[in-house]
Unconditional design. Structure first.
Lengths: 248, 181
């Protein structure tokens, strides 16, 4: 049987090769044919999910609820020590010093990353800002978010913490963090679809053991991960409940 | 049912003066389960920590079963002092009973509840939150509640200060009327 694996489109671009390496490693371990399909945006990935085309997904936490509760996916593991945190930044020279200085009509540059946008909008609530009274400018990458801030085309930008850290030093020096999240429990999660249920035990044995094996450790490093932590279904349900409280 | 009427509940200890710096005022709080305790109140707000979420989970009787570090830090209690205690350990006397009644009745129907809440810390100070509570359903059965609090809008808090004061006044008048009968 041919399976399809996909990765949340918000993965760092320099990790594309790493995910292909992981896919090759996984195929050898499971003795199965797995095709890695990468989507350019969340909308096209969700369409594939809706069409039941996906069997294994490194999912954005925002999508985890739909995958688990509507599509019957099972949680396998989360990346150790990596949680999804967001940063709201402004241009270094901006007069905005704190979130409460932002006013209705604020121009915000953002990607289509759903959990970063959700967390960032929550961090704007103390300023009485919501999706209804700000102007969102959606761009393809976090570099473009930074560019709009530097060009003065946006007043504030939403970043994934890792993406902000990945900006060049020159760009970072021209930006200033207004606020950053410290939530810790919102994480990407590797989920297996209904057709892959027969390999759940294999995956739960293989993934945590990767750091103990030289080759497995190298594969993890290529994806920018240190290890996989097994995630039981209740851990995932808890994260979904938490996400549910954040979505109006 | 979220509330256990037929279980005997032990009253929480009164708040202790050694935990609260003077000046403070002393109030007797009566809880829905028939217990009561004295709380010590300082008129001093502690700001909500930037970028954090305060997360807790209770069982169906409202007893805290899980809380995150932000919850521990903002409450002023140690985690072991919180786990196993009723969630009303954080109840501030300025909060009208009707707000919590609305919250529990809404959540019991499986509907998400949002609201602004003034919480009481162990040291008598207070903090405002924007709280969301949901019912955790597993295999079709409600098993617990998750509550997530985030930094509130100041303008909404200011509106709630007025609204809650009015609600409290009405509750007290109603209570006085009932006692007169």
């Amino acid at each position: 049987m041919r399976y399809v694996m996909t990765v949340s489109p918000d993965f760092a671009p320099d990790r594309i090769a790493g995910w292909y390496i992981f896919n090759t490693w996984l195929q050898r371990q499971l003795g199965e044919h797995i095709h890695l399909e990468l989507y350019p945006d969340f909308a096209s990935q969700r369409e594939a999910i809706n069409n039941d085309e996906i069997d294994l997904i490194y999912a954005n936490p925002y999508d985890a609820a739909m995958l688990v509760r509507e599509k019957g996916f099972t949680a396998i593991a989360t990346p150790g020590n990596i949680s999804d945190e967001a940063i709201i930044a402004v241009a270094a020279a901006s007069p905005i010093q704190r979130v409460e200085d932002l006013r209705p009509g604020t121009r915000i540059a953002a990607t289509d990353d759903p959990d970063v946008n959700l967390i960032s909008m929550i961090m704007l609530e103390p300023a009485d800002l919501s999706i209804q009274n700000v102007e969102i400018q959606t761009v393809d990458t976090y570099v473009l978010v930074a560019k709009r801030l530097l060009q003065g085309k946006a007043d504030a930008g939403f970043f994934l913490k890792e993406a902000f850290a990945g900006l060049s030093g020159m760009i970072q020096r021209q930006l200033r963090q207004l606020v950053h999240s410290e939530i810790y429990v919102i994480r990407h999660v590797l989920l297996a679809g209904p057709r892959l249920q027969g390999h759940l035990n294999d995956l739960q044995e293989l993934l945590p053991a990767m750091p103990a094996d030289a080759k497995g450790k190298g594969v993890l490093a290529s994806m920018g991960l240190q290890r996989w932590e097994l995630q039981d279904q209740e851990d995932t349900e808890f994260m979904i409940d938490l996400m549910d409280t954040l979505v109006d | 049912m979220l509330r256990v009427q037929d279980q005997e509940r032990f009253a929480m200890d009164d708040m202790r003066s050694e935990n609260v710096q003077e000046p403070y005022t002393r109030h007797l709080l009566h809880y829905y389960d028939g217990t009561s305790r004295y709380v010590l109140i300082k008129d001093e707000e502690v700001p909500f920590p930037e970028g954090k979420l305060i997360v807790s989970r209770t069982d169906m009787q409202g007893v805290i079963t899980h809380c995150n570090q932000a919850f521990v830090d903002m409450s002023g209690y140690a985690e072991e002092e919180l786990i196993g205690q009723p969630h009303y350990i954080l109840r501030h006397p300025d909060m009208p009973k009707a707000a919590f009644k609305d919250a529990w009745e809404t959540v019991a129907q499986g509907i998400k509840w949002h609201g602004y809440v003034k919480n009481l810390r162990k040291d008598g100070r207070y903090y405002w939150v924007y709280a969301t509570i949901i019912l955790n359903v597993r295999n079709g059965q409600p098993i617990s509640c998750t509550s997530v609090r985030r930094k509130p809008s100041r303008s909404q808090v200011d509106a709630c200060i007025k609204l809650y004061a009015q609600m409290k006044q009405e509750e007290e008048q109603s209570h006085a009327l009932c006692n007169d009968r």
